[in-house]
Design a protein around this ligand. Structure first.
Ligand code: NAP
Length: 472
């Protein structure tokens, strides 16, 4: 039985590693996700097999396991089916919170019911401390992040002042004292245990609450990494190699993703965590005065597209808000049918979560090979006839390269201004996430096409049809 368990664990770890690797490519992401799901199912089956014949697992324990697995599985399946793409960050936050809470509960069980689990050794006690500390922070931090993204919670004014740093430092000191007490008492001090649970839970709230809504995806990615660390620590508590390896992989992957997002936004993690919000976090801000804007009609846009040989689409947050991906796909289908080459320029932080645009376009069956990453597509803009910027703003702002005083300076951006003609589809002159003016909008080769992205694309499709574009 033990050998069977090792084999199952090994296969699960391999599948999980392959799954995480596959997620880095759009083409393989879907099957990679399925591989990882199979790995998790194997891990659960392996664990249940190891319980067979264990005296403490009587009929009642199995009933609880079946109830828990069924309720969790059904809730997960319903959530995955129903959640719209724009609410994905909240969902990920909630799932991270569940991961943190699970690790916290496992560690609490080990500490409160000695003998049930692998306990007593220094490693086990330290693992309990780490699992409780990180699990509790992850749980409360993720719930706050979710509530803020849903608009259920806002930052109280005092939380934006420096006092919050003092409060958080005080909570961190309490956590440290409780952790030391718990370790020196060989895990027997229940007062220290509960103090650690409460202080680290409050610390999770204290660190996450002041962060601006639009910085939240970075924090969620970090909390995802924490949930991996908490799971790895819980693996030491219960003596599960599988949990240790899987937790470590999630922890490392979450940390790398956090770093990639910070680089993509030209923000340091320290400034995200301690510096407050960069922008308003919504597209309703002013964004500075514009003096030289050219706007045009959908009809003019259609005529220019008809004459183009190469078109690049730049999707942004506004496209996701408008849910215009399917209409966009119809427009690009008619352009392609007319022999026009169409590509999609994907900025690493376009939208509000990593891979937002890839998932959005995959929903509309855009072929993977047409999605071009920023470094690949940037050299192609001088040879591009038309760029269609759809609800994107910061990711095409030339200030990031030209203006050392701009908050965006240093953020890698798409060089769309080098194309012959640029059309920017947005509802008005509101700023993007960063809250600043976009110099692209005033350039001579840029024309604004004002309106909701879905409406404009629908009208564009009508105009292209009228012009006979794409008709055989
Ligand atoms: P953005 O800079 O936020 O701009 C989005 C634009 O879409 C707005 O200017 C808005 O202008 C327009 N818009 C909103 N609703 C629209 C609709 N229904 N139809 C047409 N346009 C609409 O978006 P982005 O260029 O995608 O840049 C992403 C930003 O988010 C970056 O600054 C990035 O650093 C940040 N961010 C990204 C992530 C991530 O992981 N991807 C995480 C955190 C932060 P109007 O209101 O005038 O229409």
């Amino acid at each position: 039985m033990e050998i069977l368990n090792y084999v199952i664990d090994l296969v699960a770890v391999l599948l999980l590693a392959l799954g995480i690797k596959g997620l880095s490519k759009v083409r393989s992401a879907r099957s990679a996700n399925q591989l990882a799901a199979v790995a998790m199912a194997l891990a659960v089956i392996g664990l249940l097999i190891s319980y067979l014949g264990t005296p403490s697992f009587d009929g009642q324990a199995w009933i609880w396991i079946i109830i828990g697995t069924t309720v969790g599985g059904v809730l997960g399946a319903i959530t995955a089916q129903r959640v719209p793409m724009t609410s994905m960050p909240e969902t990920v936050a909630l799932f991270n919170g569940c991961g943190g809470m699970s690790s916290l509960l496992v560690a609490l069980a080990a500490a409160l019911f000695p003998g049930t689990l692998d306990d007593g050794t220094l490693v086990a006690v330290v693992s309990i401390v780490i699992s409780v500390f990180v699990g509790s922070i992850t749980f409360t931090g993720s719930i706050v992040a979710m509530a803020k993204l849903q608009g259920w919670l806002s930052t109280p004014p005092w939380m934006q002042s420096k006092i919050r740093h003092l409060v958080n430092i005080a909570l961190a000191v309490v956590c440290l004292v409780a952790a030391i007490k718990l370790i020196t008492s060989d895990g027997s001090s229940q007062a220290a245990l509960w103090l650690l649970v409460i202080a680290s839970g409050l610390l999770g709230i204290g660190v996450t609450l002041p962060i601006g809504g639009a910085d939240m995806p970075v924090v969620i990615s970090l909390l995802n990494s924490y949930s991996g660390v908490a799971a790895a620590a819980a693996g030491f508590v219960v003596g599960s190699q599988l949990l240790i390896v899987a937790g470590a992989m999630v922890g490392a992957a979450g940390l790398i993703l956090t770093q990639v997002m910070c680089n993509g936004m030209n923000r340091s993690l320290v400034s995200v965590l301690f510096g407050g919000a960069l922008g308003a976090g919504s597209s309703g801000g002013g964004g500075g005065e514009y003096t030289n804007i050219t706007s045009c009609s959908v009809e003019e846009c259609a005529l220019t597209l008809e004459a183009a040989e190469r078109v690049v689409i730049v999707p942004g947050y506004g496209l996701a808000v408008a849910q215009a991906q399917h209409t966009l796909r119809e427009v690009t289908r008619s352009l392609e049918a007319a022999g026009i080459q169409v590509d999609y320029a994907i900025h690493p932080v376009a939208g509000r979560m990593p891979g937002h645009m890839n998932v959005l376009l995959a929903e509309a069956d855009v072929p993977y090979e047409q999605l071009k990453e920023m470094d690949i597509i940037n050299p192609d803009f001088p040879a591009t006839d038309v760029v269609l910027v759809l609800g994107a703003n910061d990711v095409v702002n030339p200030q990031a390269k030209n203006d050392p005083d701009s908050p965006l300076y240093g953020m890698p951006v798409l060089d769309v201004q080098q194309a012959r003609t640029v059309f920017v589809v947005k509802r008005g002159m509101s700023a993007g996430y960063s809250g600043i003016k976009n110099d692209l909008f005033e350039l001579a080769n840029t024309s604004m096409v004002f309106g909701d992205a879905k409406k404009v694309l629908g009208d564009l499709l009508g105009e292209l049809k009228e012009l006979g574009v794409g008709k055989k």
